[in-house]
Design a protein around this ligand. Structure first.
Ligand code: NAD
Length: 327
């Protein structure tokens, strides 16, 4: 079995290369993302393997069908970047890695919250310059405050455990509440208006697109903290900027961004940043932006490689795969 492995980074090779030999699966590493110009590179392969910013619409899926591609292997839990209906219509199976390390993402979300609250990132650069002033770095105790968790799946639950460790009161919203969780489920409106910290852990769907927008920002408390480690499109960035200008937020941590495709995971430091919204966001002292790296731990990478290759093996052997994404 031969797989076209798009958006390859050096760290992917470290985990996938040795393991693919054990699975007797040939990986054709392609550094470029999967797009209109590069999709033809999958010719002669049985499947393609893509990451979160490789978008597959109807047209690209039709091209895969023409090349007789049998499967799309996602190195991610989220699958909003693939037209699942079109893939099913083309007879191409889509397989994902539903859970590799929810803790990795939740721990990173907490790191973002602690950073924007206590300014450790800015203190680091200040003290390296022997500027020992703490002016401007006053944070707030998380102890006893209310955290609002949107989406109580695997990552949301890991985040709840961490927040409970900080003795925070947890309120949550999920259209499918989990009766086994020790949290108070509330309506979305109530969550937005009561939480001191809002953390997003739901998937990107038609319902959740622009969940955070002018209308919902208006409901939020003054000096709220907002953390998004889920998907960029959950937030209408222009409205977030308005909210930041109105000084609504004490801190905002964004590991994902609406227009991250083509920018995140790339070194653009020598280029003129064409995305003015992203450029504007970086100017706020209370905004921390990271490059979609919540998942990035050794344990998660190991698990992503193992499950992706296990999914490939199911395709190779014609077995039913439990990680199939169906419309
Ligand atoms: P999951 O499927 O276990 O949980 C998602 C939860 O969201 C479910 O409980 C579901 O009922 C709930 N949900 C669905 N629609 C909702 C809505 N309209 N409002 C509120 N909740 C809703 O998924 P997970 O493993 O916890 O991952 C959550 C998301 O995190 C993924 O969809 C992905 O976008 C993101 N993610 C980010 C990274 C990263 O590196 N930053 C890594 C992995 C996953």
């Amino acid at each position: 079995m031969k797989i076209a492995f798009y958006s390859t980074k050096p760290y992917d090779r470290i985990y996938f290369e040795p393991m693919s030999k054990e699975y007797e699966i040939e990986l054709h590493f392609i550094e470029a993302p999967c797009n209109e110009e590069t999709i033809g590179l999958a010719g002669g392969c049985d499947a393609i393997c893509i990451f979160v910013n490789d978008y597959l619409d109807k047209k690209r899926i039709a091209a895969l069908k023409d090349m007789n591609i049998k499967a799309i292997l996602l190195r991610s839990a989220g699958f909003n970047h693939v037209d699942i209906k079109a893939a099913a219509g083309a007879g191409i199976q889509v397989l994902r890695v539903p859970s590799y390390s929810p803790e990795a993402v939740a721990e990173f979300a907490m790191a973002m919250l602690l950073t924007v609250n206590r300014f450790t990132h800015r203190a680091y650069t200040r003290t390296r310059d022997f500027n020992m002033s703490i002016q401007g770095f006053m944070g707030t105790d998380l102890y006893g405050k209310t955290a609002g968790v949107i989406g109580t799946g695997k990552i949301g639950q890991a985040m709840i455990r961490i927040l409970q460790g900080f003795q925070m009161k947890i309120i949550a919203y999920d259209p499918y509440p989990n009766p086994n969780l020790d949290v108070e489920y509330v309506s979305l409106e109530e969550l937005f208006s009561k939480a001191d910290v809002i953390t997003l852990h739901c998937p990107l769907t038609k319902e959740t697109k622009h969940l955070v927008q002018a209308k919902t920002i208006k409901l939020m408390k003054q000096d709220v903290y907002l953390i998004n480690t889920s998907r960029g499109d959950l937030i209408r960035t222009e409205d977030l900027i308005e909210g930041l200008l109105e000084k609504k937020f004490a801190g905002v941590g964004l590991d994902v961004y609406e227009e991250e495709e083509g920018v995140f995971y790339e070194d653009c430091s020598n280029e003129i940043m064409a995305d003015e919204v992203l450029a504007r966001l970086t100017t706020f002292p209370n905004v921390l932006i990271t490059s979609h790296m919540g998942f990035f731990t050794k344990e998660a990478m190991q698990e992503i490689a193992r499950v992706t290759l296990e999914n490939a093996k199911d395709i190779k052997l014609g077995r039913e795969c439990k990680n199939l994404v169906s419309p």
